[in-house]
Ligand binder design. Structure first.
Ligand code: F6P
Ligand code: MN
Length: 329
């Protein structure tokens, strides 16, 4: 089986980007080991700190963030990084060609229940001159590469360098990622959706109506039965979508008017949107292609609807209708 390094060579990825991706992959192997040791390594549970978004940090959030920061500080190809767990960007070196954004441990509420978690990466080109937060505010379509690592029953890496999506499985004996799917293809149609249903009353009218129609199954306008899944870790839900199709959404809600969206553009939505599009799917906010959003700040959040192309289109049709004359749902 082909290794990650061999695949990057075959794709004619530049030596600098290959070096960076191999460094990120190597760090994820170390994270995978920390995650697997769990309580044995004393890494479970919460810290007393909060991140910039006011969320209590888990010990593993902090540990994995440090592991990635250390690895990238030693990486000559990187100018600066932005992390979900850092208040500000971190400058790394003077000569690198790349900026890296990451969510060091996605789905961290799953840590203490020994369920799926992962790491998400996005690589952007570093502009010439001084680096500031502004340098990171590039559209998702500018990403040079995006990847996630899922720490599941097996550790898997999903990667795109703009040449489709490849899946690699970590051989825990050798510590090497081996190519196990060379061209991921998300089926266009699906009968599976993923949404946190407990927020139903807080959604906008289009999403309320769309999900209500899915729940009606065969007797509803969609004329087919749908099944629901929710892993509560975006990496896990997106991995299912890449593996067998589906629609995943964390839509706009008015539960907390100061926070209408949950997922972060730079660390979650953009890299996942690139992976999904590269695998033949679609990714939108309901009103705009995610990869076309002009970011305004590194920690900004967005609504996300992604997955099987025809199902995302079906959901978007609901967003184009006028609900203003209808009673509040
Ligand atoms: O990073 C945010 C996140 O943990 C995602 O990974 C996941 O999809 C979502 O939040 C889970 O949200 P909830 O807690 O509403 O189920
Ligand atoms: Mn996350």
């Amino acid at each position: 089986m082909q290794t990650l390094a061999q695949t990057l060579k075959q794709q004619a990825v530049s030596p600098a980007l290959s070096q960076l991706l191999l460094t990120l992959a190597q760090s994820s192997v170390a994270i995978s080991q920390a995650v697997r040791h769990g309580a044995l390594a004393g890494v479970l549970g919460a810290t007393t700190q909060e991140n910039v978004q006011g969320e209590t940090q888990k010990k593993l959030d902090v540990i994995t963030n440090e592991m990635l920061k250390d690895a990238l500080k030693a990486e000559s190809t990187v100018r600066a990084l932005a992390s979900e767990e850092e208040d500000h960007i971190v400058e790394v070196g003077d000569i690198g060609e790349f900026l890296v954004c990451f969510d060091p441990l996605d789905g961290s509420s799953n840590i203490d229940i020994n369920s799926l978690v992962g790491t998400i990466f996005s690589v952007l080109p570093a502009p010439e001159g001084e680096i500031s937060e502004q340098s990171f505010l590039q559209k998702g379509s500018e990403q040079l590469a995006a990847a996630y690592v899922l720490y599941g029953p097996s550790t898997m890496l999903a990667l795109t360098t703009g040449q489709g999506v490849q899946l690699f499985t970590l051989n825990p004996d050798s510590g090497e990622y081996l190519l196990t799917n060379e061209a991921v293809n998300i089926p266009k149609d699906t009968a599976e959706f993923a949404i946190n249903m407990s927020n139903q009353r807080f959604w906008e009218a289009p999403m309320q109506t769309y999900i209500a129609d899915l729940l009606l199954g065969k007797i509803g306008p969609r004329e087919k039965s749908f099944n629901m899944r929710w892993i509560a870790a975006m990496v896990g839900d997106v991995h299912r979508v890449l593996s067998r199709g589906g629609i995943f959404t964390y839509p706009t809600d008015n539960k907390n008017p100061d926070k209408p969206y949950k997922l972060r553009l730079m660390y979650e939505a953009n890299p996942m949107a690139l992976l999904v599009e590269q695998a033949g799917g679609k990714a939108s906010t309901g009103y705009q292609r995610i990869l076309d959003i002009q970011p305004e700040q590194i920690h900004q959040r967005v609504a996300v609807i992604l997955g099987s192309a025809n199902e995302v289109d079906a959901c978007l049709e609901y967003h184009q209708q006028d609900y203003s004359g209808e009673p509040e749902l």
